[in-house]
Design a protein around this ligand. Structure first.
Ligand code: G
Ligand code: G
Ligand code: MN
Ligand code: NA
Length: 254
């Protein structure tokens, strides 16, 4: 079987699972959000990284049903957490360009929210800059409709694409996620992370929430705190965890 057929089979056999990585609000010093991250544990191939299979899933369009499954699963889990008393948590879900370009994508999101009973403002869709470059007008209209429904949009991997700043000012983006490659340049005691500083300032100026990704070191955390970054996500605080482990972690900080 090629990997494409294996992906279909994997969907049927329910081999996919969602993990969740906490986003920590630095002002409140607590988990305020989760990012859903897809995992494929194949009995044949073992653990397969999304870095490998997302591209295949996109090329074969399996990402459409798979992405719909992710969205539903993530919304259902968040609704369940709200019911357990973690009432203000948000959920961020990665959305492929191909999903966003489906004519019925916004309806799918609305239907999914309705099915889960989740209020729209708790859901954040993470998109990358590439989607903006390729179909700006179409996408920006769709994002505006989503914003009007109170759904949040995050720009993922910010800084790695080629989006000009003018994109940002005209789009209803509520969150900037600074790519890990920039966070990696933070070295305490030196002055080499001016780009991170600039990105945080840009985000603030546009009233966006700024999330630093891939934070692994205390020095990075301290620097981000000093610069007024809003949230961090990274191994320093927690790796992506299975649903059970997330519930335990949340219960521990309550
Ligand atoms: O979790 P991990 O670092 O292994 O993810 C690797 C890549 O796969 C990241 O770029 C992440 O955005 C992407 N990814 C993870 N889960 C999903 C998903 O549900 N949908 C899409 N489109 N991408 C995902
Ligand atoms: O492209 P996206 O930002 O959605 O991908 C996020 C990916 O980064 C997740 O798959 C997650 O596993 C990974 N990740 C999250 N935190 C860290 C970190 O601190 N270090 C490293 N190396 N990877 C991380
Ligand atoms: Mn992401
Ligand atoms: Na990212």
């Amino acid at each position: 079987m090629n990997i494409e057929k294996q992906l279909y089979a994997a969907m049927e056999q329910q081999e996919f699972e969602l993990y969740y990585q906490p986003q920590v609000d630095l002002a409140q010093n607590k988990i305020t959000g989760l990012e859903a991250l897809l995992r494929w544990n194949s009995p044949v191939l073992g653990y397969v990284s999304p870095l490998k299979f997302i591209k295949v899933a996109e090329d074969s369009h399996i990402i459409i049903p798979l992405g719909a499954w992710v969205l539903q699963k993530a919304c259902d889990f968040l609704k369940k957490l709200h019911g357990q008393g973690f009432t203000e948590l948000t959920m961020s879900v990665n959305i492929s360009m191909l999903q966003l370009l489906q004519t019925d994508f916004n309806e799918l999101v609305v239907d999914t929210l309705q099915a889960s009973g989740l209020e729209p403002h708790y859901l954040e869709l993470e998109i990358t800059e590439s989607v903006l470059v390729e179909s700006y007008d179409y996408v920006s209209d769709k994002l505006k409709q989503l914003r009007d429904l109170n759904i949040k949009i995050a720009l993922d991997d910010f800084g790695t694409g080629y989006s000009s700043l003018s994109y940002l000012t005209h789009l209803p983006i509520s969150t900037l996620k600074i790519d890990k490659s920039f966070i990696d340049t933070i070295r305490t005691g030196t002055n080499q992370s001016t780009l991170v500083e600039e990105i945080i300032l840009i985000g603030k100026r546009m009233s966006m929430s700024v999330v630093a990704e891939g934070v692994e070191k205390t020095g990075q955390l301290e620097y981000l705190q000093e610069q007024g970054c809003d949230k961090i996500q990274g191994y320093l605080f927690s790796r992506p965890l299975a649903a059970d482990a997330i519930v335990e972690l949340l219960a521990g900080q309550a």
